[in-house]
Design a protein around this ligand. Structure first.
Ligand SMILES: [Zn+2]
Length: 340
């Protein structure tokens, strides 16, 4: 009976769309994702645990209070301003070079404020976005609490995902970094080092940048090569690897064999840790519309087995995965491998 943590609040975020290369396209990070995962877990006999509310202390250990404050009020301020867009979307960005490194002014215009905190145009904020993102943090913290109290594996059904969010910037369909919050909470509870292994199809850039310089967290990410033209484009390269961080970029088209070899390498890197957080994206699967990797369901089960063999207390945090027909079964496969 593997415990999985759930909150209905995570369904409240409805981005509707993404603005990608100037074009408004339908959102892929939809509430049905979480419902599909929940259905598959219940059918597989997993035990649903309701998320417990937590205060902001763990959240503020990994995020700039200004980002959290912005997200909390962004929709209310935007909707009160009666703007032509039905979602919060940036149009101007406060790049550090714009002010020669000085702290930029807080814009008077509500429609300019997202540019202080967003790093892309595809991560829209609407009614319910804050409530869902904040609930996902509670889901992650509840799962971390279960593992801190002796459960070997707990799964956090977080939505929206979080691994692209840095300390002070949101993007990549992510608002708050659930994985980094879980790692920080485990660190507090169990001591270091803690390892984070990210097997989402995309590089866990936010998690890497938040955690890598702490000295008590090991971060590893297996993902499609950003050099082949994939998000997050600016980082995720092998050259960023050091004693505390391992990036394993893979060529588009990589299937089970190459992907699992990288997962084994990431697991070996994580082995010295006292506890593990798995950032589980199932978008590396063949057939997922958001990535060119070709991993099978059997591959995900084997990845779970490899990570489970470490024998570490493990929190699994949901990240990406966009094929509604397979997202649930793929999560079940991974957890089955992990919890054996
Ligand atoms: Zn992804």
């Amino acid at each position: 009976m593997l415990p999985f943590v759930w909150s209905d609040e995570c369904l409240r975020h409805e981005p509707q769309a993404e603005v990608w290369i100037g074009t408004r396209t339908p959102a892929t990070e939809v509430p049905a994702r979480a419902l599909a995962i929940r259905d598959a877990l219940l059918a597989a006999g997993a035990q649903e645990i309701p998320a417990v509310p937590h205060d902001d202390s763990a959240l503020l250990a990994v995020h700039d209070p200004a980002l959290v404050g912005f997200l909390r009020t962004a929709w209310d301020e935007w909707s009160a301003a009666d703007l032509p867009s039905d979602r919060v979307v940036p149009y101007i960005f406060a790049r550090a070079e714009l002010t020669s490194g000085r702290v930029p002014a807080t814009p008077t215009a509500v429609w300019a404020r997202p540019g202080l905190f967003a790093y892309d145009t595809m991560t829209l904020i609407g009614p319910g976005t804050w409530e869902a993102a904040r609930a996902a943090v509670d889901v992650a913290l509840t799962a971390a609490g279960l593992v801190g109290n002796g459960e070997r594996v707990a799964y956090a059904c977080c939505r929206p995902p979080g691994h692209h969010v840095t300390r002070s910037l949101y993007g990549g369909s992510c608002y708050l970094n659930n994985t980094a919050v879980a790692a920080s909470a485990l660190l507090e509870r169990l001591g270091g080092p803690i390892a984070v292994v990210d097997i989402d199809a995309h590089h866990g850039n936010g998690t890497q940048e938040i955690l890598r310089d702490r000295g008590d967290v090991l971060t590893a990410s297996v993902h499609v090569d950003p050099g082949a033209g994939w998000f997050p484009h600016f980082l995720g390269f092998a050259a960023e690897s050091d004693d505390a961080n391992l990036n394993l970029p893979l060529a588009p088209g990589t299937g089970d064999e190459g992907w699992l070899a990288a997962v084994r390498e990431a697991a070996a890197f994580a082995a010295p840790a006292r506890a593990l957080v798995v950032a589980l994206g199932v978008d590396a699967a063949a057939g997922d519309p958001e990535s060119p990797l070709e991993v099978s369901a059997r591959g995900y089960r084997e990845a779970g087995r490899i990570l489970g063999e470490l024998g570490l207390p493990t929190v699994v945090v949901q990240e990406g995965g966009y094929d509604l027909a397979t997202i649930g079964p793929l999560v079940v496969e991974t957890l089955t491998g992990l919890a054996r």
